[in-house]
Design a protein around this ligand. Structure first.
Ligand code: ATP
Ligand code: MG
Length: 651
């Protein structure tokens, strides 16, 4: 990285919206915040009016803490808003998805084609006995039929439960059982890093133990040999191919259930998060338009998440389609056939808006600048991130190497539970600080409070809370209202507790500090894992770091660090000392890691987030907790063996 830029970062450089960007931006004035604040319910009602309603609501919000109802009495259909109305307005030939298969096959799907395919599928689901309110499980790879499946469910009012195609049979089974899904939509297989994931085999194992499943619809994608059970299993092409492409959208109540989605399980057992219709679509469409400064007639938008996560639900399917965006949909991994695959796609389709995760950005950094350098990325206008705190080092790399020092970086904080982006810059109006998600969006109210729920002030640190309802908020946990109350409302009563630590700086900017269970208490001081990790990654030898607290007799907790070195760097004892000193220099001696273990990999969820609770189990030498949401369970066993063999460095 340019040393000049690094130096600027150290000096706390801020990044106002570039003049060139502002010229065409949707929002350039901070007055939007005050306008929304003056009448925040009216603000959301104005956004809801951007949708097509069969019948308008009579009440914007009914708030019976902790249960919200938005746009009460309103009736609409999500699929109609994402497809039919655009086709009716003459945009049927506009591309909805430029789809890119991992092996290199491509397809272009227009709004009309997506409308017809999802309507056919909707008719098939009805023929298979799916009625409004019945749950449909979906377990597929990233093929165009996947968004079509979500939209087919939305069209007939059958809530979907999408299970990420990388989950095991056990995870799929548990989610089907919990939601009592009636039909499963899957595929023979999916391409992943050059080989086939045998989805139907995994599904067969799962549904051997799920009595609620009556029918299975199977898409042929990989041509893999699979078994089909007569009467239960049906080929997509047999049924959908011959179904009628017309299926009138069901008139849904604003508060009807749109989907259930299980959280990624970074902190514990996944929760079945419920999202409903009118409020959800209002906020995902609004945020997608304003956070990414989207112009449907200009932009080519690409969110690299999987539709199996909330990011894919809200920012591949519902937000972009409601806004009539043209998107890229990519099936595979960023390193197949080579590590420049993403940049090759950006260049080929002229992607203007790019949205990915910090874990991916850190991986690209580790791979080196030569891969993006091979491609013309000058089409990019806005680049975004979501999923974890982004360390300033990775932010600056992203800004410089991918964004060409030209594109605002939108660091978006939100959760499966919030349904849509909550804290984020508005790229034409917000001055950025690397590593800060900046401010709550217009209409959103967030604060940082102390343990008793009192505002921590500016500057100040503590727990991130949301202090009033928002349209796309979760409506509960499927089948477990008590867990809903306990998890989110038990701690502060009238404020939604997000589970994340945060601080506000002297300018009021929000800085996310990781999950509160991850925050360490060393000699009476709260130390954030995120800050220590950022300090470690700031050192040129370090590619990635994870930090946890372990019990210590004298200090209460001691900092234990797990570090991945950049390619070619030798893991020496001298380097351990150097890294400890580096942290002491940047944060203070109190944050100095007691031990540092060099490792090749870190335990991550299937969505790529570091699972610190398992590293804590390792550091505390206790039995490992639930590992079912872990991408590769072998990683943590390897770390454990080496951690126990190593003598931790002592002061
Ligand atoms: P579970 O709730 O099951 O333990 P999870 O919290 O990882 O899993 P998600 O809903 O996918 O499941 O992730 C939301 C969390 O991701 C947030 O609570 C926060 O910790 C983190 N996060 C998301 N975006 C950001 C961001 N921009 N900055 C900092 N943290 C973020
Ligand atoms: Mg969570």
């Amino acid at each position: 990285m340019a040393e000049a830029l690094e130096a600027l970062l150290r000096e706390g450089r801020t990044f106002p919206p570039p003049e060139d960007f502002r010229r065409d931006a949707l929002v350039t004035e901070a007055s939007v915040y005050d306008e929304a604040e003056a009448d925040w319910q009216g603000h959301w009602a104005r956004q809801a009016l951007a949708l097509d309603w069969f019948r308008e609501w009579h009440t914007i919000l009914e708030w019976d803490l902790p249960f919200a109802k938005w746009f009460v009495g309103g009736r609409l259909n999500v699929a109609h808003n994402c497809l039919d109305r655009h086709v009716q307005a003459g945009h049927g030939d506009q591309v909805a998805f430029h789809w890119e298969g991992e092996p290199g096959d491509t397809r272009t799907i227009t709004y009309r084609e997506l409308l017809e395919e999802s309507s056919r599928l909707a008719n098939v689901l009805k023929d298979l006995g799916v009625r409004k309110g019945d749950r449909v499980a979906i377990y597929m790879g990233m093929v165009p039929e996947l968004p079509a499946a979500l939209l087919a469910c939305a069209r007939i009012g059958a809530p979907h439960s999408v299970v990420f195609g990388g989950f095991t049979a056990q995870s799929l089974r548990d989610r089907i059982l919990d939601a009592e899904a009636k039909v499963l939509i899957t595929a023979d297989g999916a391409w992943r890093r050059g080989s086939v994931v045998r989805l139907k085999d995994i599904a067969d194992e799962a549904i051997a133990q799920t009595p609620s499943i009556e029918h299975v619809l199977v898409l042929r994608r990989t041509g893999t040999e699979i078994s089909m059970r007569e009467g239960r299993d049906h080929w997509w092409h047999d049924l959908v191919g011959s179904a009628s492409p017309e299926c009138p959208p069901e008139e849904m109540d604003s508060e009807d259930l749109l989907f259930i989605l299980y959280t990624s399980g970074t902190t514990g057992k996944p929760k079945g998060i419920m999202h409903t219709t009118g409020g959800y679509l209002t906020q995902v469409a609004y945020t997608h338009r304003y956070v990414f400064d989207l112009d449907p007639d200009r932009d080519v938008y690409w969110c690299t998440a999987d539709i199996g996560w909330v990011t894919g639900h809200s920012y591949i399917v519902y937000g972009p389609l409601a806004n009539r965006a043209t998107s890229v949909l990519y099936e595979g991994t960023p390193d197949h056939p080579d590590k420049d695959r993403f940049w090759e796609i950006v260049e080929r389709y002229g992607v203007t808006v790019f949205y990915t995760a910090p874990t991916a950005i850190r991986t690209f950094m580790k791979w080196g600048d030569s891969y993006p350098a091979k491609h013309d990325l000058s089409s990019l206008r806005v680049i975004g991130t979501v999923g974890e705190p982004i360390n300033p080092e990775a932010w600056v790399w992203y800004y410089k190497v991918i964004g060409g020092e030209r594109c605002p970086v939108v660091d978006t904080w939100w959760q499966t539970e919030t349904g849509a982006i909550m804290i984020s810059p508005l790229p034409g109006a917000t001055t950025l600080k690397p590593g800060s998600a900046t401010f709550p969006l217009p209409g959103i109210a967030a604060d940082v409070v102390d343990g008793d729920g009192r505002p921590a002030g500016i500057p100040g640190g503590g727990y991130l809370v949301l202090t009033r309802p928002w349209p796309s908020m979760l409506r509960g946990i499927w089948g477990d209202p008590q867990r809903y109350r306990d998890t989110y409302w038990g701690r502060f009563g009238d404020k939604y507790f997000a589970g994340d630590g945060a601080k506000r700086d002297e300018d009021g900017y929000f800085w996310l500090l990781g999950r509160v269970d991850d925050i360490m208490l060393v000699s009476g001081h709260n130390i954030s894992t995120t800050e220590v990790e950022s300090a470690l990654v700031d050192h040129p030898a370090v590619a990635e770091a994870a930090v946890v607290g372990r019990t210590d007799e004298t200090t209460g907790q001691a900092v234990a660090a797990f570090v991945i070195l950049r390619g070619g760097v030798e893991p020496t004892d001298a380097l351990v000392e150097e890294l400890r000193d580096h942290v002491a220099k940047l944060i203070g001696p109190i944050a100095k890691p007691r031990s540092i273990l060099f490792t090749e990999e870190l335990p991550k969820t299937r969505s790529g987030k570091i699972m610190r609770r398992l590293l804590r189990d390792v550091a505390e030498d206790q039995a490992l907790g639930d590992t079912t949401t872990l991408a590769d369970p072998a990683v943590v066993d390897g770390i454990k063996a080496r951690y126990l063999a190593q003598q931790p460095a002592e002061d």
